[in-house]
Design a protein around this ligand. Structure first.
Ligand SMILES: [Zn+2]
Length: 469
């Protein structure tokens, strides 16, 4: 039986009862552009999407999930050129790093990860039809979508077309546009760039068209849910709607869900402020993946999440409480002949689910979990557990963990097993520091490794290391 779930739809800006169109829920989430490591703001969105998918399944829905891999755009082309490798080799490397990262954070994999470069034919077909119907036009620089011919443009973002004035948001290579508001479906090929042949000339697809094409290819012309970060709403998702609906004449997406930004110490992440972190940056600073998952998960997706040292520590303390509780239950005696937890187990599950059903109100779900911990602790203190109560408590924890994916400490300990690659990298950094006679930096690195349980031994043939518990 599927349970009731209310989701906040950006299209219309209100909570609506969710029901899938067909037997399976069709879910499309905008994926990474694989030109670099993903940053923790990206992972905030991916973890929200993971929570959404796990909740749908927990509530009895079958889900088919597609996430695209953007393996062609200005940045990937530029970086591959700088490194002197092919675009394919370059993007494959960062795609595999991306998969490692989502595994590190316990994010469940999508059913499909289509790559943009492998679906250019689909994009050419869509653009061809848009040209035929006159809603797209070919001009200097490529093929553009004529926004003036799509009257409902702005329905998702509320952007008023008149407010986009000439001179704003104009890419320099898009000078062929009739109207500054129009966007590129296809970019004419430039010397030295990868390109595909199309009836209107060779070139490469724009970014927006890839999501429309791959969403339709794997999930059909109308899908249930499309997610992304709030910065995708305009222009990316607005443009996806325009080109898809102009192509099919049907509604493209029924529910649009967007997660808010992640900020660091109250400020927008940026490289120039020095507060820009990839997942790997944080792991290298000794942060734990399990704590990061909890932290990214525990703030409601429509609120800004402020990453600070304190919020990290609070997440770690919360997990410690959960672990201590599980150890305590394990050690407790089942003194009574009748169960003492039956009532609170049912009530807790109900509270947990009710909160999730209200647009994934994670704060209230976690509150239900901590109330449960408090109540069971009181029972252990006062009257003791009853027969089979331990099993009931642990099965309740597992019930929560189907959705949270963070409570089972044994699983995470296994995955915390030492990252050899990182150790080697830190040793290399330390040797470099020593060569430059920067001994304080070398010592800092040695200490950090010590915290990770790694002991160094400098020998004439180089630095050896071993792992101690
Ligand atoms: Zn997209």
């Amino acid at each position: 039986m599927e349970r009731k779930l209310f989701l906040f739809n950006t299209l219309g800006r209100k909570k609506e009862l969710f029901k899938p169109l067909r037997e399976k829920v069709t879910l499309y989430t905008c994926g990474p552009t694989v030109y670099d490591f993903a940053h923790i703001g990206n992972f905030r969105t991916f973890i929200f999407e993971d929570l959404l998918k796990r909740t749908l399944r927990h509530f009895g829905f079958d889900v088919v999930h597609v996430m695209n891999i953007t393996d062609i755009d200005d940045k990937t082309i530029k970086r591959a050129k700088e490194e002197g490798v092919s675009l394919k080799a370059y993007t494959e490397k960062y795609t595999s790093y991306f998969f490692e990262d989502i595994e590190t954070l316990g994010i469940e994999k999508a059913d499909y990860y289509p790559k943009a470069t492998e679906h250019v034919e689909d994009m050419i077909r869509i653009i061809g039809k848009l040209l035929e119907t006159g809603i797209a036009y070919k001009s200097e620089g490529g093929v553009f979508f004529r926004i003036a011919k799509f009257p409902s443009y702005g329905q998702l973002s509320g952007v008023k077309l008149d407010s986009v004035k000439a001179g704003e948001r104009v890419d320099h290579d898009e000078y062929g546009k009739e109207d500054v508001r129009d966007f590129a479906l296809w970019k004419e090929s430039k010397v030295g760039e990868p390109s595909w042949d199309a009836p209107w000339g060779s070139g490469r697809p724009g970014w927006h068209i890839e999501c429309s094409a791959m969403s339709m290819r794997y999930l059909g012309e109308t899908i249930d849910i499309h997610c992304g970060g709030v910065d995708n709403i305009f222009p990316h998702h607005e443009n996806e709607i325009a080109q898809s609906e102009a192509y099919t004449g049907k509604k493209f997406v029924r529910f649009w869900l967007h997660s808010e930004h992640l900020i660091v110490d109250g400020q927008k992440m940026s490289k120039s402020l020095g507060n820009f972190f990839t997942l790997r940056d944080l792991l290298a600073r000794g942060k734990k993946p399990r704590v990061l998952r909890y932290l990214l998960l525990s703030c409601h997706y429509r609120q800004k999440l402020n990453y600070t040292e304190q919020s990290y520590n609070a997440a770690e303390a919360a997990l410690q409480r959960i672990d201590d509780f599980q150890i305590r239950v394990q050690d407790a005696l089942e003194k009574n002949t009748i169960s003492k937890v039956d009532n609170i187990v049912d009530k807790t599950k109900e509270d947990f689910d009710k909160a999730l059903a209200d647009d994934l109100n994670i704060a209230r779900s976690l509150a239900a979990l901590f109330t449960f911990i408090k109540d069971v602790n009181t029972i252990i203190d006062k009257e003791g557990l009853g027969k089979n109560d331990k099993e009931k408590i642990f099965s309740t924890i597992s019930y929560f963990d189907r959705v949270l994916g963070v409570l089972d400490r044994f699983r995470w300990q296994k995955e915390l097993a030492i990252d050899r690659e990182m150790v080697e990298k830190l040793i290399e950094e330390r040797n470099l520091a020593r060569a430059k006679k920067d001994y304080s930096k070398a010592d800092t690195i040695r200490n950090r490794l010590r915290e990770m349980g790694v002991i160094l031994e400098d020998t004439p043939s180089g630095t050896r290391w071993k792992f101690v518990e």
